[in-house]
Design a protein around this ligand. Structure first.
Ligand code: SF4
Ligand code: SF4
Length: 300
């Protein structure tokens, strides 16, 4: 009886997360001046089932609440927002973000082909944020601890992204937060565009500070004079990956597949085969060996 009730609660929650938030996001398409997806934008794939355990349920509920808040809090944006951010406030914002546990901050104009099909964002300028996943938990993959840490980091970064949106509003800017667990843009590519790192063959962002061990979120903002932190410093990673392939060999679901494209051999994650074990993150050479050691060897 109790188990039936728990199952029913979990299934109601999964429906809520997968459908209600989807509908809330669609509302943004009607906002005047919103930036829409392009004709070649990717489709947003929502998982058809969520792994929910009693232990992770509170965090999953918090994720749902904070995903909802990303849209509902838009009503709190100022009527006449600031369009210019001075360097003093930018420093204050970055210091506040770091004090909340944000690891890295990048700035970039969002290319419309990185906005998911049928979605819109309120501003073209993006602040891209990353947060570390616990090293011990990742290195225990596959394990319940790894899965829990993945959910905890989604929740923490989602909450902090909403805090930062509120902080920007209190200081006169309009801000549109995008939750890390199912946002409006392709985060890995946006983070690459913002110069934070490059994308490995496992489809994860690789950064000098954390290798593949981070979650990503974004804040779209009314300020139009933010810098562009894009950089070519991490492009060599693709060349290293081409000679590595460890994540492909270690993936137990054979979910990382290679395909020939006009731009050369590319990898693609088959989401139906991926069961989120995090082994690809753990086994990645940038996690096992470290970014700077690989970079030094690569360039020597
Ligand atoms: S999470 Fe696991 S199943 Fe999915 S791509 Fe990575 S190693 Fe493969
Ligand atoms: S395991 Fe190797 S091929 Fe895969 S992403 Fe990491 S470095 Fe690249």
């Amino acid at each position: 009886m109790i188990l039936d009730k728990i199952d029913s609660l979990k299934s109601k929650y999964a429906d809520y997360r997968l459908n209600k938030i989807n509908k809330l996001e669609m509302r943004l398409n009607k906002v005047p001046g919103a930036v829409s997806a392009s004709s070649n934008s990717p489709e947003k794939k929502m998982p058809d089932k969520l792994k929910i355990t009693l232990k992770t349920l509170p965090k999953q509920l918090s994720i749902a609440k904070n995903m909802e808040k990303t849209i509902k809090s838009l009503d709190e944006n100022p009527e006449n927002p600031k369009m210019h951010m001075d360097s003093k406030f930018k420093d204050e914002f970055e210091n506040y973000a770091i004090s909340l546990g944000i690891n890295k901050i990048g700035y970039v104009d969002v290319p419309s082909d990185l906005i998911f099909q049928d979605r819109s964002i309120l501003f073209k300028k993006a602040i891209v944020l990353t947060m570390e996943m616990d090293e011990n938990a990742v290195n225990m993959a596959p394990s319940p601890q790894t899965q829990e840490d993945g959910i905890v980091t989604y929740d923490e970064l989602g909450k902090k992204t909403n805090f930062l949106a509120q902080y920007l509003r209190e200081n006169g800017f309009s801000s549109h937060p995008s939750h890390p667990a199912g946002g409006l843009v392709v985060y890995t590519k946006l983070a690459k565009e913002a110069g934070l790192g490059n994308i490995g063959r496992h489809g994860l962002l690789i950064t000098p500070e954390l290798g593949p061990r981070q979650r990503i979120s974004a804040l779209f903002i009314s300020a139009e004079n933010l810098p562009d932190t894009s950089s070519e410093a991490h492009l060599w990673i693709s060349e290293f990956c081409a000679s590595c392939g460890k994540c492909i060999k270690k993936c137990p679901g054979q979910a990382i597949v290679e395909k020939n494209t006009p731009q050369g051999l590319k990898t693609k994650i088959i989401t139906d085969l991926c069961h989120g074990c995090t082994i690809c993150m753990k086994e990645c050479s940038f996690n096992q060996v470290g970014y700077h050691k690989i970079e030094n060897n690569f360039h020597s």
